[in-house]
Design a protein around this ligand. Structure first.
Ligand code: NAP
Length: 297
């Protein structure tokens, strides 16, 4: 039973900073968790213009906002305004979670750990595992970090291959060649794909409204491959649909979205939130949005 949410003079505030934020599902899942746990706290989304980012971050201190998430396009640029940044987030070069401890702002990244935790649910071990990441942007960086950290061999492919190569070289230096890490052009996917145990889409390909696109030809997939699509809108991308049909274990993007939120909640409050319920509420919201779209088409 979810308790009534009563706001008063002692309510603690948490928030999202980004632009745009109106589509965000973070207020839904965090407010649900606060209510369910009976915590006197509320989560709001703030659309912040770039020139106001520093003022917004300083405002967290001024208003004693207990914690924040940071989203596109500020995950990197926010770092310079924080008092400290966890080593992992510094290496990834992105912060998605801020904790305010008595006026000291610390930055964390929970995207990488969310991805790793979800993959751990599908695999007994990461030893000898080969992953293909498609994409070389922010989310690819976080996942690449998590995979190398856990001993996975990773190949990155990207539309702009130079970008992928620069990212891979940077991480090879950071991790001192801890695992095998390289790049391939998109055109080599067909001939290389059979050696991968995990295929990860870290591009927006397949996202609404382009729901008939896939980042890789699904005909290349085999049932032994774990298919992880970071795209969460639609709930089930064409890549995920096809992978399920083939019999691949799949990880849908909404599960990563929820998991990074669950990990952020734990950092802010020290309390394990009701993760399964949060996942369900986000799932239902995305499903309702999908049926609205279907009705209007
Ligand atoms: P980003 O930094 O802008 O990077 C986008 C990446 O996708 C780049 O590698 C880009 O290639 C590639 N790309 C973009 N459009 C493409 C296209 N039409 N065809 C092929 N490649 C394309 O974005 P990001 O922050 O990494 O986010 C990427 C996606 O991840 C988002 O769209 C979102 O769906 C998903 N995401 C999910 C979560 C979650 O929690 N589930 C969190 C964050 C992001 P170039 O380098 O060649 O431009």
């Amino acid at each position: 039973m979810v308790k009534k949410h009563v706001l008063n003079a002692e309510t603690e505030l948490y928030c999202l900073i980004g632009k745009p934020v109106s589509h965000s599902l973070s207020p839904l899942m965090h407010n649900y968790a606060f209510r369910k746990l009976g915590l006197n706290a509320v989560y709001l989304a703030f659309k912040v213009n770039e020139e106001k980012l520093q003022e917004a971050v300083d405002g967290l201190k001024a208003l004693n906002i207990k914690g924040a998430n940071v989203t596109i396009p500020y995950k990197t640029s926010v770092i310079k305004y924080l008092d400290s940044v966890e080593e992992t987030a510094r290496r990834i070069g992105a912060v998605n979670t801020i904790k305010n401890s008595d006026g000291v702002l610390s930055g964390y990244n929970t995207d990488w750990s969310a991805a790793v935790e979800l993959l751990k649910e599908k695999l007994n071990t990461f030893r000898g595992v080969n992953a293909l990441i498609i994409g070389a942007g922010g989310v690819a960086r976080a996942i690449l970090y998590g995979l190398i950290e856990n001993g996975v061999n990773v190949t990155v492919t990207n539309r702009n291959l130079d970008k992928a190569e620069a990212m891979v070289n940077e991480f090879k230096t950071i991790f001192k060649n801890k695992t095998e890490c390289n790049t391939i052009p998109l055109t080599d996917i067909k001939k290389e794909i059979s050696r991968f145990n995990i295929i990860i889409n870290a591009t927006p390909v397949g996202m609404t409204p382009n729901i008939n696109e896939t980042p890789v030809n699904p005909d290349y997939l085999t049932s032994k491959m774990i298919v992880f699509d970071t795209v969460y809108n639609p709930l089930e991308t064409l890549l995920i649909k096809k992978a399920k049909r083939i019999g691949c274990p799949v990880i849908e993007g909404y599960r990563m979205l929820v998991k990074q939120g669950v990990l952020a909640f734990k950092i802010w409050t020290g309390i394990q939130p009701p993760a399964k319920d949060m996942e369900r509420i986000v799932y239902l919201k995305l499903k309702a949005e999908a049926s609205q779209i279907n009705k209007s088409v």
